[in-house]
Design a protein around this ligand. Structure first.
Ligand code: 26Y
Length: 803
């Protein structure tokens, strides 16, 4: 299918007029965006339909990626790119006298996730479609996305994110595909006359799950897969039972808000409801689809792969069992084999507080039949494993213990594959966090290092760099990212290096213009741009970054004539609303920013920009402008990280601990092209084992650090009396759980190495180029190929020359 500019203009105008019955030039940019979205939907609908039909006709194996979070980002431009009509449409829009970027910018960025895990799910959707793999996303259509973050007096304030305020052009409501999800009530098992026990339910609350489908358009391959998000509604026949607003609220609530917390425990019951809601709806629709094909049950796991993105959808295990046992009448062994063979699980964190567990009583009351099944799975696990592994080990792996249901245990026992998201993370899972399971099921464990889609994170976010690469090495890298390594040949080419520098400067100017407009902060685009963008967590150590900034500030105050490499420090981070300490760090950094940005002694030597409401769209603005990528988590804590990959792909140099995927970045670029610092995972483990670490001693031995910490409590930074004290105490009184002080000196030394290198522009640009050229292996296309081959056993469309 080719589309000329003239055809586009004609078709687009038609769509617009049909929608708004008015003149396009008078329309608002939201209306223009809506019309363009509709045009794209129509343009791609044939492929969407055909893809579906093709999968059905050929009875191909399909993947279902279950995720509580998706962070797709704005979709207009990426859909145009993948359809191969970005340039045509852009030109057409321009010729019509409209502003393309303004139209693009009027799309609301759907924040249906918290952070890394949700964005990963969306990168995966892009790669699955682009590889022509028959794949589907399954999640929740939250009425409100992750809160909008505002700063008021430097404090984070959360506002509701009404992302559907202008409607959503991409989705298609499919009420004909709705299913019923059952909660609560009582259940008992009754002989059905055919020697089978069937459950009898009473007093259940039945909720209608209505799917909204969104096309996931593959890159120039005519494939359109499906992302299915479920919304909770009152079934029409039950309207009569909902007499009060409060009654109705209980139902609406299920898909009302994204659980805004990726660290702590809150609103447990609601979250459990959400998890069962989208899991049950998804599994029901899979089984319905499978039955339509009239294949024997033995074919189920040859046709269907169900992937659970962390434990949030782990109820897939008992739900599939329930349907197979209760509704389809299969025996336990057969149902169990089907379940295990179909389901696979990714772990994304080793942080104990993010390991999901539900009180037994809560599950019993909310999901009585599911509870019975979990109990039976647990009992069979014990009966089978005790003779093989003994009681002690087996009881450490049970699903139910101490009055809780452990979701990771359920996911591991009920699946055939368990993977971590970077090599170190997988090693830690095997050796520490999930060690007992590794002993029991060594062959289930495997690593799948995360990846990112180069289409969004380079092609769209950094078009100038894309053109430069195209010009030098051709376009092959777009479908085979390994080809990016060809770019290395230009690492000594002065012309290329200077183009690279110009592009970086332009991207920095673009960010500077944003900072000026939004925050009235003047930035010098020739300064070094230092970027840390990720959720706010103690283990990610934004605090370490801030202490280094404070240290520099003191140096300037001591000697205002000091020659320092000018720097712009950019932060983007949301804190979970209930995570008080994280919010205190935000306040501290904002107060520090205020002090430094307004101190005439500092001038252009240092500026701090803490952007509000960091998300996918802001990442697209910030990442291309970065010189340094801060990846400074305490070693062993960050499962993988993915901003590290995006920043590297855009030519930032990584300043990092040996944590998560940073280690793999180091292996690819070589130690001379990365700034490493800090404790290693082994060293952290050793310190933890010895238990002799004393933050106070580190402080006593380091005069410079001592001065920095004093500033937290001596009033030098206005308006942080409480926060400064709490942070100080976390470091000294509570002995610095994340070894911020221990790593301080080596962090500062790494920063000094970075400053020094930045003086030598050519050397710096060379390293930037090597980083770009080495980032191919982090393409999500490769990650997905490995999932497809090694876990899901699904095939993509014939893809040329990928290695
Ligand atoms: C239990 C619930 C509160 C919860 C909700 C969300 C627990 C965890 C999460 C999200 C975790 C997450 O985003 N983890 C990140 O996953 C990325 C993708 O694998 C990793 O790159 C990153 O290191 C990890 O922190």
């Amino acid at each position: 299918m080719t589309l000329t500019t003239t055809e586009f203009k004609t078709e687009f105008t038609k769509v617009f007029e049909a929608l708004y019955a008015s003149n396009i030039k008078d329309a608002s940019s939201v209306q223009q965006y809506n019309a363009l979205g509709n045009f794209i939907k129509v343009y791609s609908s044939e492929n969407w339909n055909q893809t579906n039909q093709l999968y059905l006709d050929n009875q191909v194996k399909q993947v279902y990626y279950f995720s509580m979070e998706f962070l797709p980002g704005r979709m207009l431009k990426s859909n145009l790119l993948n359809l191969g009509i970005l340039d045509t449409v852009r030109t057409g829009i321009k010729e019509m006298g409209l502003d393309f970027e303004e139209i693009v910018g009027s799309e609301v960025d759907p924040a249906l996730g918290n952070g890394g895990l949700g964005r990963l799910a969306s990168c995966f959707m892009d790669s699955i479609a682009s590889l022509g793999i028959p794949g589907n996303g399954n999640g929740i259509r939250y009425r409100y996305g992750l809160f909008q973050q505002k700063f008021v007096d430097g404090y984070q304030v959360e506002l509701p994110e009404n992302w559907l305020r202008n409607g959503n052009v991409w989705e298609v409501r499919k009420e004909n595909k709705a299913v019923t999800v059952r909660f609560g009530g009582e259940v008992y098992l009754k002989e059905d006359g055919k020697n089978k026990l069937r459950p009898i339910y009473s007093n259940t609350q039945n909720i209608l799950a209505v799917p909204y489908d969104t096309g996931m358009i593959g890159y120039e391959n005519d494939v359109v897969n499906n992302l299915r998000l479920w919304s909770a509604e009152i079934p029409v026949e039950e309207e009569i039972n909902y007499k009060t607003v409060a009654d109705r609220e209980v139902v609406n609530q299920i898909t009302e808000v994204l659980y805004p917390d990726d660290s702590n425990y809150e609103g447990q019951l609601l979250r459990l409801r959400q998890e069962y809601f989208f899991t049950s709806a998804g599994i029901q629709s899979i089984v319905r689809f499978f039955k339509k094909q009239q294949l024997p049950w033995s074919e189920f796991s040859n046709k269907i792969a169900i992937h659970v993105n962390d434990t949030h959808p782990a109820l897939c295990v008992p739900e599939l069992m329930r349907i197979l046992l209760d509704e389809e009448g299969l025996g336990w062994e057969q149902a169990w084999n089907i379940t295990k063979r179909s389901i696979s699980y990714t772990n994304h964190t080793i942080m104990q507080e993010a390991m999901e567990k539900w009180p037994v009583q809560m599950v019993q009351e909310l999901l009585p039949r599911i509870y019975q099944i979990i109990e039976a799975i647990n009992q069979r696990h014990i009966d089978k494993k005790v003779p093989l592994y003994g009681e002690e080990l087996t009881y450490r792996t049970t699903i139910i213990s101490d009055g809780y249901i452990k979701m990771a245990n359920l996911a591991i026992i009920g699946s055939h594959s368990v993977n971590g998201v970077a090599q170190l993370h997988t090693d830690i899972l095997k050796e520490e966090t999930l060690r007992d399971f590794y002993e029991m099921y060594p062959s289930k464990f495997n690593n799948k290092t995360n990846g990112i889609t180069q289409r969004r994170w380079l092609h769209l976010a950094n078009e100038k760099l894309t053109h430069l690469i195209d010009e030098k090495i051709g376009k092959e890298w777009k479908t085979n990212p390994a080809e990016l390594r060809q770019f290395k040949a230009y690492s000594k080419d002065k012309d290329t290096l200077s183009c690279l520098a110009d592009i970086k400067l332009e991207n920095k100017q673009r960010f500077a213009a944003y900072a000026k407009e939004k925050y009235a902060i003047e930035l010098d685009p020739t300064a070094l741009f230092d970027v840390q963008i990720k959720r706010l967590h103690a283990y990610k150590r934004q605090l370490l970054n801030a202490l280094h900034i404070l240290d520099r500030y003191l140096k300037i105050k001591d000697d205002p004539s000091l020659e320092l490499q000018p720097r712009v420090f950019i932060f983007g981070a949301k804190a979970a609303p209930s995570y008080i300490y994280a919010k205190q760090i935000i306040k501290f950094i904002n107060a520090l920013a205020h002090l430094i940005n307004n101190d005439p002694d500092v001038g252009d030597k240092m500026k701090i920009v803490f952007v509000e409401n960091y998300g996918v769209s802001l990442a697209e603005l910030i990442i291309p402008a970065a010189d340094i990528s801060e990846q400074i988590s305490l070693a062993g804590k960050e499962a993988s990280g993915t901003s590290n990959m995006k920043l590297m792909l855009n030519g930032a140099l990584t300043l990092a601990t040996l944590d998560g995927a940073n280690i793999e970045i180091k292996d690819l670029v070589g130690e001379e092209n990365i700034f490493l610092f800090g404790l290693t995972n082994e060293e952290v483990n050793q310190l933890n084992r010895e238990g002799t670490y004393s933050a106070k001693r580190v402080l006593d031995e380091n005069e410079r650090l001592n001065r920095v910490l004093e500033c937290l409590i001596n009033g030098m930074i206005p308006d942080i009396e409480e926060e400064g004290r709490v942070i100080y105490d976390s470091l000294i009184r509570y002995n610095d759980e994340y070894y911020v002080l221990k790593d301080f000196e080596s962090f500062v030394a790494a920063q000094e190495r970075a400053d020094k290198l930045y003086q030598d522009k050519e050397a710096w640009n060379q390293k930037a180029l090597i980083n770009i050229a080495s980032s191919g292996p982090f393409s999500a296309d490769f990650t997905i190929m490995r999932y497809a081959d090694e876990i899901w056993n699904v095939k993509g469309k014939a893809i040329k020359n990928r290695s």
